[in-house]
Design a protein around this ligand. Structure first.
Ligand code: FPP
Ligand code: K
Ligand code: ZN
Length: 506
C-alpha cells in the first residue's frame, strides 16, 4: 500500500465553524474561505488514500461487499480530520488518550462485570491483556503482583499447567496467559508460583508424534499449542526431554519436546500463503503470528522462518490484509479490518523485517543447507522500506480504535465497544508500527543442526522507527514489547535469567 498524493485538507477553525455562512466542505467554495474567515484554517496533511473509498471496485454486490462498504463508511468520518470535537495534529491524527485508557484497564481488572461470569475461563487472559496494555502505556503493574500470584495459584493444577479458573482443566492458552502475567508483575515469588516439573510433564503429555501440541489433554492440536508451548518452554527454561508417557516418546531417545514442531508449522502454510490453525484449514492472521513466533523461538529467526515458510507468499498474504482507506488489517481474505489484527498481523512484520535484514536472512546459505525436510524458496531482499504501511496502521489505531467517550479503552472498529482484548492487541500493534527491531547475526558456526534441536536466544535490539512521515506526536509513542513474547523485553530477560540459574527443577 503506498500513500499516494497528499491531500490538502483544510478545516475551518472551531471558533468559526458554527457560522451559518460556513461554506460546505470539499467543494470549490473551499478556496474562498480566506474571504469568509479572514485567516487560513489549518491545513491537514492526510493522503487521499485514507480519505476516499477505493477507486477500483468489483461491481458484484454481495453480503461481503456490503459489509466492507459499511465498514469504509463507518471509518471515513474518523479518518478525514473533520470532527470539530476532536483535536488533531497537522496530520489529521488525534492523540493517544493515555490516561483514559489506563483508567479503563484498571477498572477492567478491578472487577469483572457480571456478564463476564460466563467467560470465567478467560480470567487469565484478562490479566494478561490488562497488564500488558498498561505496561505498554507506561503504567507500573507491580501493584498487581499479589493479586496475580493469588489468582495464578488458584488456577494451577497438580497435573501441571493452569486452567481458566479454579478446578478447570489446564489449557495451553490459559497457561501461556498466566506465565506472561507472572512475568509482567515479576519477582521471585511470582516466578516460584509455577510448578515447573509438573508443567514439563503436562507439556510432554500434550506433545504429539507429528510434532504439534494439543491445547489440552485430549483436546485439539493446533498452532496455538505450538506457539504457547514454545513460549512456556523457553521462558521457564524447561528441559526438552520427553517423559516415557508422552505420545511422542521414542525408545531410542530421538524425539524431544521440540522435534517436528517446525515441520508442523510448515504444514500449516496454505495455498494462499497465509497460515491456518491446523494443516489444510483457512489461513487466519492470528495463526500467522503464532507460526512466526514459534519459529522465532526454535532457532535464529533468519534461519527458521526462511527455512520453513515460503516467505514471499506469506508477505504477499500479510500485505493483502492491510486495507485502504481504513489503514488497519483484516484477519482473513474478504473479511473486515479489526483493531486486534494490528497485533496478530501487524506483529508479523517486525519478525519478518528483522529476519530479512540480518545477514543470515538475505545470505541464505545457512537456511539453504538445512535438513532435507525443509524447502528452499525464493529469498526476499533486505526490507529497506517498511513492509507494511506504518502510517496507515497508526492512522487506523489512533483515529478509529480509540473510544473517545469517558469510557476509554481500545476497540475493533468504530461502532464497537472497547474491551481488554482489543486494548491489548491494538496497543501491541501500535508498538510494532512505532518501532523497528534488529537481530544479531546468526552464529554460522553453530550450523543448521541447531535448527529444531534447541531454543535459540538471539539478541533483539529495538529502535524507534524513524523513516517516512511520523503522523503521531512524540508523546504518543508506546513502550516497545518483545516481538515474540509480546511483553516488555526487560521482563522477558528477568524471567529467563531467573530460571536459567536453576539446576533441574529445584
Ligand atoms: C476468527 O474470528 C478468528 C480465528 C479463526 C482465530 C482466533 C484466534 C486468536 C485471536 C488467537 C490465537 C492465539 C493464541 C496465542 C491463543 P472471527 O470470524 O470472529 O473474525 P474475522 O471475521 O476477523 O475472521
Ligand atoms: K473479528
Ligand atoms: Zn478483534
Amino acid at each position: 500500500m503506498s500513500s499516494g498524493s497528499q491531500q490538502q485538507h483544510r478545516r475551518p477553525s472551531p471558533s468559526t465553524s458554527a457560522s451559518p455562512q460556513q461554506p460546505s466542505q470539499n467543494t470549490t467554495e473551499e478556496v474562498d474561505d480566506e474571504l469568509f474567515f479572514g485567516a487560513r484554517a489549518p491545513v491537514l496533511m492526510i493522503p487521499d488514500l485514507f480519505t476516499h473509498p477505493p477507486p477500483v471496485r468489483d461491481p458484484l454486490v454481495t453480503g461481503t461487499s456490503q459489509a466492507q462498504d459499511g465498514t469504509v463508511e463507518a471509518c471515513l468520518p474518523f479518518l478525514d480530520g473533520e470532527d470539530d470535537a476532536v483535536a488533531y495534529n497537522e496530520h489529521g491524527v488525534p492523540g493517544l488518550d493515555r490516561e483514559r485508557h489506563i483508567r479503563f484497564l484498571h477498572q477492567s481488572l478491578g472487577r469483572l462485570p457480571g456478564r463476564f461470569v460466563a467467560a470465567d475461563a478467560s480470567r487469565p487472559w484478562f490479566l494478561y491483556w490488562c497488564l500488558s496494555a498498561m505496561a505498554m502505556l507506561g503504567e507500573d503493574v507491580t501493584s498487581y503482583r499479589e493479586a496475580v500470584i493469588q489468582t495464578a495459584r488458584s488456577m494451577q493444577n497438580e497435573e501441571g499447567g493452569f486452567g481458566g479458573g479454579g478446578r478447570q482443566l489446564s489449557h495451553m492458552a490459559t497457561s501461556y496467559a498466566i506465565v506472561l502475567s507472572l512475568a509482567l508483575v515479576g519477582g521471585e515469588e511470582a516466578y516460584e508460583v509455577v510448578d515447573r516439573k509438573a508443567m514439563w510433564k503436562w507439556l510432554c503429555s500434550l506433545k504429539q508424534p507429528d510434532g504439534g501440541f494439543q491445547v489440552c489433554l485430549g483436546g485439539e492440536e493446533d498452532i496455538r499449542g505450538a506457539y504457547c508451548g514454545a513460549v512456556i518452554i523457553s521462558l521457564l527454561r524447561l528441559p526438552l526431554d520427553l517423559t516415557p508417557e508422552s505420545p511422542a516418546y521414542k525408545e531410542d531417545g530421538s524425539a524431544n519436546l521440540l522435534t517436528g514442531v517446525a515441520d508442523y508449522v510448515r504444514r500449516c502454510q496454505t495455498f494462499e500463503g497465509g497460515i491456518s490453525g491446523q494443516p489444510n484449514a483457512e489461513a487466519h492472521g492470528a495463526y500467522a503470528f503464532c507460526a512466526l513466533g514459534c519459529l522465532a523461538l526454535l532457532d535464529h529467526p533468519s534461519r527458521s522462518i526462511q527455512s520453513y515458510l515460503d516467505v514471499p507468499r506469506l508477505v504477499a498474504w500479510l500485505s493483502s490484509r492491510q486495507y485502504a482507506p481504513e489503514g488497519g488489517f483484516s484477519g482473513r481474505t474478504n473479511k473486515l479490518v479489526d483493531g486486534c489484527y494490528s497485533h496478530w498481523v501487524g506483529g508479523c512484520f517486525p519478525l519478518i523485517e528483522a529476519c530479512l535484514n540480518s545477514s543470515g536472512g538475505n545470505g541464505g546459505d545457512a537456511a539453504d543447507a538445512t535438513t532435507t525436510t525443509t524447502k528452499t524458496t525464493t529469498r526476499l531482499p533486505p526490507a529497506e522500506d517498511s513492509l507494511f504501511s506504518r502510517e496507515g496502521l497508526i492512522r487506523y489505531i489512533l483515529c478509529c480504535c480509540q473510544d473517545q467517550t469517558k469510557r476509554g479503552g481500545l476497540r475493533d472498529k468504530p461502532g464497537k465497544m472497547s474491551d481488554a482484548y482489543h486494548s491489548c492487541y491494538v496497543l501491541s500493534g501500535l508498538s510494532s508500527a512505532q518501532h523497528q527491531w534488529e537481530l544479531d547475526e546468526p552464529d554460522e558456526t553453530e550450523g543448521p543442526a541447531a535448527s529444531v534441536l534447541g531454543l535459540a536466544d538471539p539478541v533483539w535490539a529495538v529502535l524507534p522507527y524513524l523513516d517516512g512521515p511520523q503522523v503521531f506526536d512524540n508523546g504518543d509513542r508506546v513502550r516497545p514489547i518483545h516481538p515474540v513474547y509480546a511483553i516488555p523485553q526487560q521482563q522477558v530477560r528477568a524471567v529467563k535469567e531467573y530460571f536459567s540459574g536453576k539446576k533441574g527443577f529445584c
